[in-house]
Ligand binder design. Structure first.
Ligand code: SF4
Length: 138
């Protein structure tokens, strides 16, 4: 693997990954139930208000311009942070971004936390890859 010497990343909390280009945020059934419970809505209401079928699997909706439906533009914080999907917390250690240095560096052009900050060993990265619930989608 090209990342066998490890990679550097520390989230700077800028929120760009929540606001950037349109993209899918997938979630498991357990994550969907947790998000609905956190918001105090039932599964049907959650699906109607917050889920889109425009990607390859059910995904969180986006506002115009690609901002996640749960990104708070005032505080720049995630409104469901304690129960956010694992896809969010694994970023940028997604299979698609780890597939090549080019893919990683392309993502780093939008994320100022990549290629700097905390060192993550190959073992940590492999664990994140293994934890990805959607290895064929991300
Ligand atoms: S774009 Fe990068 S640095 Fe900014 S919030 Fe997202 S992960 Fe953190």
């Amino acid at each position: 693997m090209w990342w066998e010497e490890g990679l550097r990343f520390t989230c700077l909390g800028c929120g760009r990954c929540c606001r950037g280009e349109p993209g899918a945020i997938y979630f498991t059934p357990e994550e969907e139930a947790a998000m609905a419970a956190f918001l105090g809505v039932d599964a049907g209401e959650f699906r109607n208000r917050f889920v889109t079928g425009k990607w390859r699997a059910p995904s969180l909706k986006e506002k115009s311009g690609g901002e996640c439906v749960f990104h708070d533009a005032v505080t720049n914080l995630c409104r469901i942070y304690p129960v956010r999907p694992l896809q969010c917390s694994l970023f940028p250690f997604w299979p698609v971004l780890l597939a090549s240095p080019e893919a990683w560096d392309e993502a780093a052009r939008s994320c100022p936390g990549m290629n700097g900050g905390e060192f993550h060993s190959a073992e940590e990265i492999a664990l994140a890859m293994a934890a990805c619930p959607f290895p064929d989608l991300l």
